[in-house]
Design a protein around this ligand. Structure first.
Ligand code: SF4
Length: 351
């Protein structure tokens, strides 16, 4: 049987589910005062996912921390909100990745094989200053890397040996994050009993309110005060919403969004945090790219987003409106709209 410590770290494992069955906890008992910290933590997991895009912290009591996970999954499921299901799954998967990064190779391979049936071997090699720790069958590799946009993930750019792809430890863990995210998304999209005790329904109400506030203001709350979210051109709004909903952006969309936000005054670190929502988030790479675009690295040049004609050529000029017909650049759109908003009290109220 899995230890309570391991179950608290990786509560999505099948062994952890067996532990839960073994405990035979009745939903009616959850309203008992003894279980209150577990319900609080379950609710907190979901709120953290909504607000920060990652689940952090945790209870000192391993069993309570573990039990808070099925509570959180149940609460997410009860909202019946696909946006929240995706955002929560990603937030838990990022948490799992951070924990897996500190595991040894044997434990990582054990989880990958046992939970996700990966054909993976622990095999250490050093090639051109890179330490590879694993060999993963190319089918398992492709299944989990297909949504990644960076060139380094393309099979053609990988080292293969007899059908197995060499992976560093960080890469193996990054691919496992994809599996964990999909698993949790499936768990939280299952329909559960909606007739729950009042203490559970109150928590559900708080989660829905936080989600509603967040949905309309997640941009505003993530932006510095000088940035006027309501003045974003439609193309940028499209990328921004896709990103904060946990969707994936193409390379050119990432570049456009990052350079746009940098040029209207957002700090690079804030932009990195924004990308936490991305389902193919790689913190080190994202920080490097954003610092490069901002001129903190490389040529020391701050890049600007492409003009509207280039955006159209790349098929990322989404939902142009009447103001778009009067501008040639997304930053010109922003300046004009921001100026209109500053002059119009009604528009300011609506933004
Ligand atoms: S016309 Fe320009 S500003 Fe407007 S949506 Fe297209 S690319 Fe963006």
């Amino acid at each position: 049987m899995i230890s309570e410590r391991e179950a608290s770290k990786y509560p999505f494992l099948k062994e952890a589910a067996s532990l839960l069955e073994h405990l035979e906890i009745d939903i009616e008992n959850l309203t008992d005062q003894r279980y209150r910290p577990i319900l609080d933590r379950g609710e907190e997991r979901v709120i953290q996912a909504i607000r920060y895009g990652v689940v952090g912290g945790g209870l000192k009591d391993d069993l309570a921390e573990f039990l808070s996970f099925p509570i959180a999954v149940m609460l997410v499921s009860m909202t019946r909100d696909p946006f929240l299901e995706r955002r929560y799954a990603l937030a838990e998967a990022v948490r799992a990745r951070r924990l897996l990064e500190s595991e040894d190779e044997g434990r990582i391979a054990e989880i990958a094989r046992g939970e996700f049936r990966w054909r993976i071997k622990v095999q250490r090699r050093e090639i051109e200053d890179t330490i590879y720790s694993f060999e993963l069958h190319f089918v398992d590799y492709l299944r989990n890397s297909s949504s990644f946009r960076e060139d380094k993930w393309r099979l053609i750019n990988r080292i293969l040996t007899e059908g197995y792809v060499l992976l560093t430890k960080a890469e193996a863990v990054r691919l496992l994050q994809v599996e964990v995210e999909e698993l949790i998304r499936r768990l939280s999209s299952r329909r559960v009993e909606s007739n729950m005790p009042e203490q559970i329904m109150e928590r559900l109400g708080r989660i829905k309110r936080t989600l509603d506030e967040s949905r309309s203001s997640i941009g505003d709350s993530a932006l510095p005060s000088e940035v006027i979210h309501g003045a974003f051109p439609p193309c940028i709004t499209h990328s921004y919403r896709t990103l904060t909903a946990g969707g994936r952006l193409s390379h050119i969309e990432r570049f456009t969004l990052s350079s746009f936000l940098l040029n209207i005054g957002m700090e690079p670190e804030r932009i990195v945090q924004l990308f936490v929502s991305a389902s193919d988030f790689d913190e080190g790479l994202t920080r490097y790219q954003i610092e490069h675009i901002s001129g903190l690295r490389g040529s020391r040049t701050r890049y600007t987003p492409p003009n509207c004609m280039t955006m159209r050529t790349h098929g990322i000029c989404h939902n142009p409106d009447s103001l778009c017909g009067k501008v040639k650049h997304p930053l010109s759109y922003y300046r004009r709209r921001a100026s209109e908003l500053r002059m119009s009290p009604k528009a300011r109220k609506d933004r």
